[in-house]
Design a protein around this ligand. Structure first.
Ligand code: CU
Length: 68
């Protein structure tokens, strides 16, 4: 299963982490989401092609965060 690390700015607390997890985890091709707050990283395990990551990035932006 492919894994992608997305660098995300603007996450500051556990609430942000949960918002990201809900937004990205709601994508059906996404199998696992891990958020590393200090590292500003969102790690996504997914099935399928790179379009899943584009969708994940769009979901993160829509939730109010910036992609680095
Ligand atoms: Cu927060």
């Amino acid at each position: 299963m492919p894994t992608e690390t997305i660098n995300v700015d603007g996450m500051s607390c556990g609430h942000c982490v949960q918002t990201i997890k809900d937004a990205v985890g709601g994508i059906s091709a996404v199998k696992r989401v891990e958020v590393l707050l200090d590292e500003k990283e969102v790690i996504v395990d997914y099935e399928g092609g790179e379009d899943v990551i584009a969708t994940a990035k769009a979901a993160i932006k829509e939730a109010g965060f910036d992609i680095l």
